[in-house]
Design a binder for this molecule. Structure first.
Ligand code: HEM
Length: 401
């Protein structure tokens, strides 16, 4: 796929299906940013929005919808039903659901998880030490977010293996093209997880505990979630909160290992970890882009985005825009302020940002303390990125300690 500037012949290579492009999409982003948003004429007009100011403008403009149903009136899309109805909808439904879930998904509740996140991280690091090898993805970044979410929802420990198996299958569903039927094991996982959570929610209603699920089922007013919305919300959290966190850790470790001066600085000043995590999200965050749908004609950065077309909003390009960030190609863990787009912006800004920040800060803090000689093997192994461009991340990252 090549992005062709309207009225110009200059082409920019842009192909999310190409492994080489996924390994380093940043030069293409730089080329895209050099001109006003370009229009691709594919199955429908798609406008590539790559500059920081333009990305912010689209995300904050209610004339753009986040709801794919606005355009893709397609039976097959039902398979991501949970994700669509939970939060990828427009106001006023979005406003009501977001308010209902935010009331209990508070920074205080997240902060209370810190000791548990530390304990879980240490347990995983113990295992890594015992086995003598360390793959950041398989041994740490993949298991951690699902364990944390299961605790947040109050899934009993004995049920965790089943929860993890469902979660893995459900998160795999994002790789399936909309419109194609879901493979049997994935659709079974959706059904079983929904049945499990509706029963768990019932138990929490009868005997509430300190977890998020108990808090959500105990909400009393008219704005509380319906049972269906609650199940959609759980699925949305799995889809939105697991691989994103995994890939932030993977990409973040890689950036640190490749910039030894920044690694040493963080070792000397561990309090920099929160700023370091923000810089990881800016420099190489996992969410590359997302779509918005124009409900009216809107002009953005000198390009007319016509009603009915897609604005392809490239968060990862905005994060390297020199008009916003001085020396944007530099990985600098002291960078501040750092108003990156790693969590998006506007009304759909990441609901799990506080949790994701905490998980990452704890993981980097504990891992660097545990392994004072952590490094990439030499020569650097060939690294591969997963096939899903939108959630760009490494399939494996072996480190030596
Ligand atoms: C470092 C890890 C994470 C990253 C990089 C990330 C990134 C993002 C981004 C960029 C968006 C906005 C998408 C858009 O506007 O199209 C978003 C939305 C969202 N995220 Fe995250 N996320 C992370 C972790 C989490 C976690 C841990 C959770 C929950 C447990 C979560 C839940 C959500 C939800 C529910 C939304 C939709 C919010 C809405 O539509 O109102 N995310 N995330």
């Amino acid at each position: 796929m090549e992005a062709v500037a309207a009225g110009a012949s200059e082409k920019v290579y842009f192909n999310p299906f190409d492994a080489a492009f996924r390994a380093n999409p940043y030069p293409s982003y730089a080329a895209l940013r050099s001109k006003p948003p370009r229009t691709l004429k594919l199955f429908m007009p798609i406008v590539m929005v790559s500059r920081y100011a333009d990305v912010v403008a689209v995300l904050q403009d209610q004339r753009f919808s986040a709801d794919p149903k606005a355009l893709l009136v397609n039976e097959g899309y039902e398979h991501v039903h949970g994700m669509l109805t939970a939060l990828l909808v427009d106001p006023p439904i979005h406003t009501r659901i977001r308010r209902a879930v935010s009331r209990d998904f508070t920074p205080k509740r997240i902060q209370e998880l810190e000791p548990r996140i530390r304990e879980i991280t240490r347990r995983l690091l113990d295992r890594i030490e015992r086995q003598g090898t360390f793959d950041v993805i398989a041994d740490l970044a993949d298991p951690l977010p699902t364990i944390v979410l299961s605790e947040l929802f109050g899934v009993p420990g004995d049920d965790y293996p089943r929860f993890k198996a469902w979660s893995d299958l459900i998160t795999a569903s994002v790789h399936i093209m909309p419109g194609l039927p879901l493979p049997e094991p994935i659709s079974v996982a959706f059904t079983e997880l929904r049945a499990y959570f509706s029963e768990l929610a019932e138990r929490k209603r009868r005997k509430p505990q300190g977890d998020l699920l108990s808090a959500l089922v105990m909400q009393e007013d008219a704005e509380r979630l319906t049972s269906e919305e609650l199940l959609d919300f759980v699925i949305m959290q799995l889809l939105a909160g697991t691989d994103t966190t995994t890939n932030t850790m993977g990409n973040g470790f890689l950036a640190l290992m490749r910039h030894r001066d920044q690694l040493e600085l963080l070792r000397r000043e561990p309090a920099l970890v929160t700023k370091a995590v923000e810089e990881m999200l800016r420099y190489d965050g996992p969410i590359q882009a997302n779509a918005r749908f124009a409900k009216e004609d809107v002009e953005v950065g000198g390009t007319l985005i016509r009603k009915g077309s897609i604005a392809f909003v490239i968060f990862a390009s905005a994060n390297r825009d020199p008009a916003q960030f001085p020396d944007p190609e530099k990985f600098d863990i002291t960078r501040w302020p750092n108003p990156h787009m790693g969590f998006g912006a506007g009304i759909h800004v990441c609901l799990g940002a506080a949790l994701a920040r905490l998980e990452n800060a704890v993981v980097f803090d504990e891992t660097l303390k545990r392994f004072p000689r952590l490094r990439l093997p030499e020569p650097e192994p060939k690294l591969e990125y997963g096939e899903f461009y939108f959630l760009r991340g490494l399939t494996s990252l072996p480190l030596e300690f």
